[in-house]
Design a binder for this molecule. Structure first.
Ligand SMILES: Cc1ncc(COP(=O)(O)O)c(C=O)c1O
Length: 427
């Protein structure tokens, strides 16, 4: 009988749906999840440290989310129309998100960031956008620009990070994260053609330098450029009001996804009413109009799951608990690295962590690319072999409400084991 792994390898390129860089013999085919554990089709149990790349923030199969989604599914899964649950969810988000005067639902973070950029371009009539080196905003061409490769020549020149999108070299400018002086120079030189600056407020797992986000806010406002926060990761994770609340800076537009849906597919983009009005179809045919319509965006099952998720996240003391868990995780990671004599930096904020194998501080793409990423990848594979489920691309570790202190300590011990098992042999 052919195994599920073999069946997956026969049909999915690399045997994956985008879980980047898993050796074929390690491809797990997941059967079910509960809390912070998943089980594969061979019955093997894993401690989950990726939690659906952060989408399962409340834990897998949380009973309240399951109940809300099941109840709604029996009433109809999709009407491709505004519905009771999408109105309720839009109101909840508008009350929590500092910048959300108007909102639209889509089905993924990719669509949410794409639409933010389209809205900015239509509203300003300007063609170009600026992103930060190394940022990921989803699988559209701008989302991956200058993410995979080193710096092409000089900034703000961008690298398409893939085939078939040569136009990004013309329309996408790139700046170094956490470097306000260089960014400011690029913005001033290109303000006449720049519609938007898009930033992950917590850039991958790199924290913003003091004053960086506020500096971006002030610069974009004074230069007539739309500031977009990609809060697909940080939204509802760093605080109920996301990075906007946590870092105290509000953009013009915001993109949400991942954790909001309690594991169900969801995306939303929101922001200033005057900007969001460019998707109002009553403007057709007009010069400042942008098309926005999603068949599954705002479906009532995802919205019901999101409402249950927001109820869970609104429980008193929840965010202090999530942040304490994140601090404990970063501490355990640091201890495991120290015990095993590894030289590395522990990155992250809130319930997120990442290790970078470098003796130098890692604060931007240049210092990240200079770290020993091959060591990081070998460690990820070692963890996977040792029963820890994660995205072996070496990205963030994501905690959920289901990761208590004992689970985090268990991870620390498994990490130390994996560090020893994958230690490069000294010639
Ligand atoms: C910061 C950020 N933005 C956007 C996305 C894209 O979201 P999705 O995979 O739901 O399209 C991701 C996904 O990892 C992300 O990390």
């Amino acid at each position: 009988m052919t195994s599920f792994r073999e069946r997956a390898l026969a049909l999915f390129p690399a045997g994956s749906n985008g879980e980047y860089g898993i050796p074929p013999e390690l491809v797990p085919v997941i059967e079910r999840g509960q809390g912070c554990r998943v089980w594969d089709t061979d019955g093997r149990e894993f401690l989950d440290m990726t939690m659906a790349w952060g989408a399962a923030l409340v834990g897998h199969a949380h009973p309240k989310v399951v109940e809300a989604a099941t109840r709604q599914a029996a009433l109809g899964a999709n009407f491709a129309a505004v519905n009771r649950r999408s109105v309720e969810l839009a109101e909840r988000i508008a009350a929590l998100s500092p910048c959300a005067e108007r909102i639209r639902f889509v089905a993924s973070g990719t669509e949410a960031t794409l639409l933010c950029l389209r809205v900015a371009q239509a509203a300003t009539g300007k063609p170009k956008v600026l992103k930060f080196e190394g940022a990921y905003h989803g699988q559209h061409p701008v989302g991956i620009t200058s993410m995979l490769n080193g710096r092409p020549a000089t900034l703000p020149q961008s690298d398409p990070s893939g085939a078939g999108a040569a136009w990004v070299a013309r329309d996408v400018l790139v700046a170094p994260y956490n470097d306000l002086d260089t960014t400011s120079r690029i913005l001033r030189d290109h303000a006449h053609e720049l519609a938007a600056v898009i930033v992950e407020p917590l850039h991958r797992c790199l924290t913003p330098a003091p004053g960086f986000l506020q500096g971006l806010r002030d610069l974009t406002r004074s230069l007539g450029i739309v500031l977009v926060f990609d809060e697909v990761v940080t939204g509802f994770r760093l605080a109920l009001g996301g990075a906007q609340e946590y870092y105290g800076v509000s953009p013009d537009l915001v993109a949400y996804g991942k954790g909001l849906g309690g594991g169900f597919p969801i995306g939303a983009y929101a922001g200033r009413a005057d900007l969001m009005e460019v998707v109002n179809e009553h403007r057709l045919p007009g010069p400042n109009y942008a098309w926005s319509a999603s068949t599954t965006g705002g479906n009532p099952v995802s919205c019901a799951a999101a409402l249950a998720t927001l109820d869970l996240l609104s429980e008193p003391g929840l965010y202090p608990r999530l942040h304490a868990a994140g601090r404990r995780l970063r501490q355990r990671v640091g201890e495991a690295l120290e015990q095993t004599g590894e030289v590395a930096q522990v990155l992250g904020d809130g319930p997120l962590a990442q290790a970078a194998f470098s003796a130098q501080p890692v604060t931007d793409q240049t210092s990240w690319l200079a770290s020993d990423r091959a060591r990081g990848k070998a460690l990820m594979h070692g963890l996977l072999r040792g029963g820890v489920f994660l995205n072996p691309m070496g990205t963030k570790l994501y905690l959920s409400l289901a990761h208590d202190d004992s689970v985090i300590d268990e991870f620390g011990a498994r990490l130390a084991d994996a560090l020893r098992a994958t230690r490069p042999s000294v010639p």
